[in-house]
Design a protein around this ligand. Structure first.
Ligand code: EPU
Length: 432
């Protein structure tokens, strides 16, 4: 593990070149298991979750490697196992995405159940219900799901509209692309990350109607062919750097970005008083003052993304006035709040909502990151806090952000990474 140390109080200025989307890339890697031929993926971020997924593909027998300029090249013709190793599934829930493709292409998938997670309860019951509806026999035993089907048959899958699931939408559409006949998925997620995967599948020869909508009509095909594809930019990374600019009263441009992927986030930042300018494939944010308090409720796309809720909480912690942030997706996603309180924030969490009474200034402190997004939020808090903030568990952030410390340094932040062991001897002085 490593820690991240930050000396706050520097306005951030400059342009950030965004990486490819973590949650947009993981489904593309899983989809490559369905393909007969080489899949060449560009703009795949060099982050830990992607390395885990590459290890997973290799564990199943696929060839997967980054080739300098050519991108990530995956060839699944050598897959010789339908058993996903527990060690990889427990590291990252996204690895459950291999279940659908294995079942669809090889008629069998043995995948450990991912279990709980620090951001809340995250069952996979919707995925399993969908596999059964498509005709698979599914057994859950000894902590694993074992699904088998001689032949998958198209069907109507009605997903719970109150809990629209990104993961189940991806897994079931991957499965349905090679089922016999037509599958209709109702109440599908339409996050840009899901849509990117739908477009890749269509480019490989899948028959998918309703791309980008909540009703997908998928008619199975016998074979998907190789393709070259580019992952979308990471809208969570974009939001993180824009909020960093807002917090530190700087001017930050993020590119390349599709502003439509960020409409709700940009609306909240606008209400908070930020000056936002849209360019071609770029968004620039400038902020000169403390933010206004804005109420926010997380929701599936096009609603406010839960993955940016912790960052938004940090912004509201220094706002003028009181705001309420409601978290409707994951029940433990306020786990950064106690650390933020240690930095001087005035926040009370109750019944899935947090009430932020804005304070004029946060103060640096040693804090602990519990997940990727909590870690990013604590980095942002450190950037605006008075003095030094040391974040233990910094490597969690590396799971989802490519070189976040390097990119922040380039904007002027005083930030560095050091081995966790340094904490023993650290005298709390900074650094950069
Ligand atoms: N749910 C169920 N049963 C299921 C599946 C989901 O009850 O079978 C519930 C979940 O517990 C949750 C809601 O449905 O309350 C939505 O969960 P969803 O399935 O959409 O989440 P996910 O697919 O597990 C992805 C992202 C998350 C992101 C969420 C919501 C990936 C690899 N992960 O998770 O990203 O927060 O969608 O947008 O794409 C992150 O990047 O830090 C992260 C956690």
């Amino acid at each position: 593990m490593s820690r991240i140390a930050i000396e706050g109080g520097v306005p951030l200025n400059g342009t950030v070149r965004l990486s490819g989307s973590k949650n947009g890339s993981l489904p593309l890697l899983a989809a490559s298991l369905l393909v007969d031929g080489e899949v060449v993926l560009h703009n795949i971020p060099h982050i830990r979750d992607i390395r885990t997924m590459i290890q997973m593909l290799r564990a199943l027998g696929a060839r997967a490697e980054f080739r300098d300029d050519a991108g990530l090249v995956i060839d699944s013709s050598s897959v010789n196992s339908v058993r996903a190793p527990y060690d990889l599934v427990r590291r990252m829930r996204g690895s459950f995405y291999v279940a659908g493709p294995l079942l669809a292409r090889f008629g069998e998938a043995h995948v450990p159940l991912p279990g709980g997670c620090v951001i809340g309860s995250r069952p996979v019951d919707f995925h399993i219900k969908g596999f059964k509806a498509l005709g698979a026999e599914v057994e859950e035993k000894h902590g694993a799901m074992h699904a088998r089907a001689e032949r998958l048959r198209g069907t109507r899958i009605y997903m719970d509209p109150r809990l629209r699931s990104v993961g189940a939408t991806v897994n079931l559409m991957l499965t349905a692309t090679m089922a016999e006949g037509t599958t209709v998925v109702e109440n599908a997620s339409r996050e840009p990350e899901v849509v990117c995967c739908q477009q890749l599948l269509a480019a490989c020869g899948a028959d998918i109607q309703g791309i980008g909508t909540t009703t997908l009509t998928i008619t199975g095909v016998e074979r998907l062919h190789g393709v070259e594809w580019t992952a979308i930019s990471d809208r969570m990374e974009a939001g993180t750097f824009l909020i960093a600019g807002a917090l530190t009263r700087g001017e930050v441009t993020v590119e390349p970005v599709d502003a439509e992927h960020m409409a709700m986030v940009l609306d909240v930042l606008d209400q908070a008083g930020c000056d936002i300018r849209l360019g071609e494939n770029a968004v620039t944010l400038r902020m000169d003052d403390r933010p206004n308090a804005v109420d926010v409720m997380t929701a599936p796309f096009p609603g406010y993304p839960t993955d940016l809720q912790p960052n938004t909480g940090v912004l509201m912690s220094i706002a003028r006035g009181t705001s309420v942030i409601e978290e409707t997706i994951f029940d433990a996603r306020f786990n950064y709040v106690d650390e933020l309180i240690r930095m001087g924030a005035d926040v009370r969490v109750m019944d899935g909502a947090a009430i932020f009474k804005g304070v004029p200034q946060l103060s640096g402190a040693p804090v602990v990151a519990t997940d990727i997004r909590a870690g990013a939020a604590l980095i942002l808090a450190g950037l605006v806090a008075d003095g030094v903030t040391e974040i233990s568990g910094g490597t969690l952030v590396d799971r989802g952000y490519e070189d976040i410390t390097g990119k922040l340094s380039a904007l002027g932040a005083r930030i560095e990474t050091a081995p966790e062991a340094d904490l023993e001897t650290s005298n709390g002085e900074c650094l950069a």
